[in-house]
Design a protein around this ligand. Structure first.
Ligand SMILES: [Mg+2]
Length: 217
């Protein structure tokens, strides 16, 4: 009798789990619930905790990397060096072109402190730094100034996307620039970015993936 009861409980549990899994795969999470859970993750300190771990691991990897005169680390800008969370929230965690352009032109984005800390560490080790962003050429100046204002005082160059490069997707654009930089004589020791399109392809060196739950490019 005991055995039958135990077996029945097991079957009920298995059915419950299967039903739960089916429910999970069949229906998406409601958008407002997803938005709230992302907001909570960012605002409760959990995001910062995850990021701190990423930066800790990155430093360990770079610690043993050799620094030569042409050694460079490539940093992405948005959600890597600079933090647009406030804008994301204002846009209701969607995307509004006009608001984005206004925000960029006002140079409001603060540094992501943990990433800035990695930048300082790499500079102190003697690496060159290059910023490579998918922002377009008309935003070169405001981006340059925003970086400087937020303490990214020293870098070799900032690369924005030219008009003739707009046909390239994010991954193709970043790869093409890394190839150009390598041909110019740079040795890319690492890439730091919040999107896999910042990090994939040839000449990436040590990849540092900054977490981003706001959007995917
Ligand atoms: Mg980015």
């Amino acid at each position: 009798m005991k055995f039958i009861i135990k077996a029945s409980i097991k079957i009920v549990l298995i059915v419950a789990v299967v039903l739960q899994l089916t429910a999970c795969t069949d229906k998406p999470v409601n958008l407002s619930v997803a938005r709230e859970s992302v907001k909570e993750y960012y605002e409760s300190g959990k995001f910062d905790e995850e990021l701190a771990g990423v930066i800790r691991e990155a430093k360990i990897k770079f610690e043993s990397a050799e620094v030569k005169g042409n050694s460079v680390i490539i940093f992405d800008v948005d959600e890597t060096a600079l933090n647009n969370y406030e804008l994301a929230e204002e846009m209701g965690f969607g995307y509004v072109y006009k608001m984005n352009k206004e925000w960029n032109s006002e140079m409001k984005a603060p540094a992501i402190e943990a990433v800035k800390d990695l930048y300082d560490y790499l500079l102190a080790r003697g690496f060159k730094i290059i910023f490579l962003t998918g922002r377009n050429w008309p935003e070169y100046e405001v981006t340059y100034k925003n970086l400087k204002l937020e303490g990214y005082a020293q870098f070799d160059t900032l690369i924005t996307q030219r008009e003739d490069e707009l046909k390239l997707n994010a991954t193709e654009f970043k790869i093409s620039k890394r190839i150009e930089l390598t041909e110019k004589g740079y040795d890319i020791v690492g890439t730091v970015g919040d999107q896999w399109s910042d990090l994939e392809g040839p000449h990436h060196g040590i990849q540092v993936k900054i977490p981003n739950y706001l959007y995917q490019i």
